[in-house]
Design a protein around this ligand. Sequence first.
Ligand SMILES: NC(=O)C1=CN([C@@H]2O[C@H](COP(=O)(O)OP(=O)(O)OC[C@H]3O[C@@H](n4cnc5c(N)ncnc54)[C@H](O)[C@@H]3O)[C@@H](O)[C@H]2O)C=CC1
Ligand SMILES: CC(=O)C(=O)O
Ligand SMILES: [Mg+2]
Length: 372
Amino acid sequence: MIIGVPKEIKNHEYRVGMVPASVRELTRRGHQVLVQTQAGSGIGFEDQDYINAGAEILGSAEEVFAQAEMIVKVKEPQAVERAMLRPGQILFTYLHLAPDLPQTEDLVKSGAICIAYETVTDDKGGLPLLAPMSEVAGRMSIQAGAQALEKSHQGRGMLLGGVPGVEPAKVVVIGGGMVGRNAALMAVGLGADVTILDRNVNVLRDLNHQFENRAKVIYSTAEALEKHVLDADLVIGGVLIPGAAAPKLVTREHIAKMKPGAAIVDVAIDQGGCVETSKPTTHQDPVFIVDDVVHYCVANMPGAVPRTSTFALNNATLPYIVALAEKGYKQALLDDKHLLNGLNVMDGKITCAEVAEALNLECVDPRSLLAG
Ligand SMILES: NC(=O)C1=CN([C@@H]2O[C@H](COP(=O)(O)OP(=O)(O)OC[C@H]3O[C@@H](n4cnc5c(N)ncnc54)[C@H](O)[C@@H]3O)[C@@H](O)[C@H]2O)C=CC1
Ligand SMILES: CC(=O)C(=O)O
Ligand SMILES: [Mg+2]
């Protein structure tokens, strides 16, 4: 198969779809890999590193998209990239379609086979291609929150862990999955007063086992959520209903009643955000204020540590890239129900029920398309 790796073009995005070591795994199996010049230069991979791994370097994204049978990326394709997709071409990347009608419409129009990292599942009920970036974003959310709480960012002027004789900040983590658990780990490590809310009792049990008395673990009712959010100095939004738009758990009314200078890091912003007042921001301009509450809503947080993130992502995606290249998309999807769950759009049809529901569009059973 001919596999293409374009350079990412989202704001401050230096991750790359494949590191040279991943490229080598494909070229040694006889596949051809086309890499856009400088695709990995932001994290120290020069064109020569890719050439040494057996790739061919192309001068522009247009050439990569025109020649490749499968495009491997990191972030959702931007409008100019969507315009370069063609029927039957495989796109393997994060998509986050539920809150993004324009992207969904373009992908439907393209006729491409669009497999989203974030809805690929595993046997344990996890999301193996979202997990590594959630680990990064969860850990980073506490760094971002700590900065947002500084006075210079219009925060409350609090140190997360306090100092001897002064209380630590109250950190409330909504959603105790991969983001939430990693956020809590960092916040506990810094000595903050940490509360985690989730509505899955098994998750609560695991969290309790992991954190013992170093974090409070609370069942997430509307009442509990309101109580803890209003009392918080820093809120981390890490909920997810896979594929679907994030539920707006923190309302505009909550924001108005929060302490002035409190901060929110809405990690779930890539699925639309779990805070009513959130809107996506960029690494260049990451925060904004609503009702004296500092909002950090960067939709590609792992892009800030692209070297760590690219390795972590590649470790997870490589087996699927290899399966798609070796078997072709039809067989690879039919052989693996978890990869099939990643299929969001195919042949001009939406195949992910949660995306279709969020956007009020029709959904088609992917197996009926693959059988055709
Ligand atoms: N902004 C960014 O750069 C990044 C954003 N993310 C996003 O972060 C979000 C969380 O991802 P993960 O932690 O991997 O998901 P996950 O599936 O591991 O965890 C989500 C948790 O939310 C819980 N939850 C669902 N509804 C809830 C409710 N009403 N109240 C409390 N808890 C609830 C679930 O029980 C689950 O434990 C996703 O939207 C993901 O796309 C992930 C990585 C980077
Ligand atoms: C998951 C995601 O949106 C990211 O890593 O940028
Ligand atoms: Mg207020």
